[in-house]
Design a protein around this ligand. Structure first.
Ligand SMILES: C[S@@+](CC[C@H](N)C(=O)[O-])C[C@H]1O[C@@H](n2cnc3c(N)ncnc32)[C@H](O)[C@@H]1O
Length: 289
């Protein structure tokens, strides 16, 4: 390993580039920042500083794991999600930047005091962002995976945010008394086929839990179940928001319309790709005699 911060940065960046890492220079700087205990911009300012033996050893270990395509966020142990820093736990999906867009739609759709339900909360990212940035009356999050339930509860404690995390299948853990009263039903559910999961970047295919990604043979299996349930759980005028695979966005929107949902829209992610399907339960019309 190189003697100075600058040399180490260049060596690690070259090693990560050779391993096929998408952003080798950024990752090298973030790994160095982690080892040095400083912010990323400081790494450049400290480029002539010599690494200690322990820092060089720590960096070597992290660089080797990153070169084996372990996700950067798993190595750093944390990920930024909107205004929050979330702990990344083993066997729990790492929240993605595009999901910040879905969370933004959920926040915008949440009136003060409203009931919000997130299905498949993982680390708790979306539910916690809603609790943090909107003024909901209740945020209830469901999750099938025990490590994810624990991670979401730990992230809620970390930020002192009130999210009721319940273990179970899709909407089964939601109390029956909330049926027809949910203002926002939001989910980034499993939406890939097994072939699509295997074709994903190694960081995803090797290190994210398969049940967090794969819906079934068509990729529609979980979104279909959520759309079928949406009308009975949503309040009149309530909104369902789903993150979807780009290739299936139009099809999911058509399926939403087919269930009787209204105002169906497809929204882009940060790079302009269609990744969010939004729809509403029809508002209650004026009473007729
Ligand atoms: C794509 S991940 C999204 C995690 C998190 N919401 C996020 O955006 O980072 C899907 C999540 O749904 C959970 N899940 C999968 N099937 C489920 C089911 N039938 N009921 C509840 N949760 C489920 C997975 O364990 C996983 O945490």
């Amino acid at each position: 390993m190189s003697a100075t911060v600058g040399q180490a940065r260049d060596d690690v960046a070259a090693r990560l580039a050779a391993a096929g890492v998408a952003s080798p220079a950024v990752d090298a700087e973030l790994l160095l920042a982690h080892v040095l205990g400083c912010a990323r911009p400081q790494v450049r300012l400290r480029r002539t500083e010599a690494l200690t033996v322990q820092q060089a050893r720590d960096l070597e270990g992290l660089a080797a794991r990153r070169a084996a395509r372990e996700p950067l966020q798993r190595l750093l142990g944390e990920v930024g999600f909107r205004r929050l820093t979330l702990t990344v736990a083993d066997d729990v999906l790492v929240p993605r930047p595009e999901t910040e867009v879905l969370a933004g739609h959920a926040i915008a759709a949440t009136p003060p005091g409203a009931i919000v339900v997130e299905v498949g909360t993982g680390s708790g990212a979306i539910a916690l962002a809603v609790a943090d940035e909107a003024r909901p009356g209740l945020v209830l999050a469901t999750e099938a995976s025990p490590p994810a339930v624990a991670a979401a509860r730990a992230n809620a404690r970390r930020h002192g945010l009130r999210v009721d995390v319940r273990a179970g299948d899709l909407l089964a853990p939601v109390p029956e008394g909330l049926r027809g009263r949910v203002a926002v039903l939001v989910s980034n559910p499993p939406y890939l086929t097994e072939a699509e999961r295997q074709a994903a970047p190694l960081e995803v295919a090797r290190h994210d839990p398969a049940p967090a990604l794969v819906a079934g043979p068509t990729g529609h299996e979980v979104t279909d179940r959520l759309l079928a349930a949406a009308t009975s759980w949503l309040a009149p005028g309530g909104t369902v928001l789903l993150e979807v695979a780009e290739a299936r966005a139009t099809a999911v929107a058509a399926r939403a319309e087919a269930t009787g949902l209204v105002d169906v829209a497809v929204h882009p992610d940060l790079t302009g790709r269609p990744r969010v399907v939004a729809a509403r339960r029809a508002p209650r019309g004026p009473r007729t005699a």
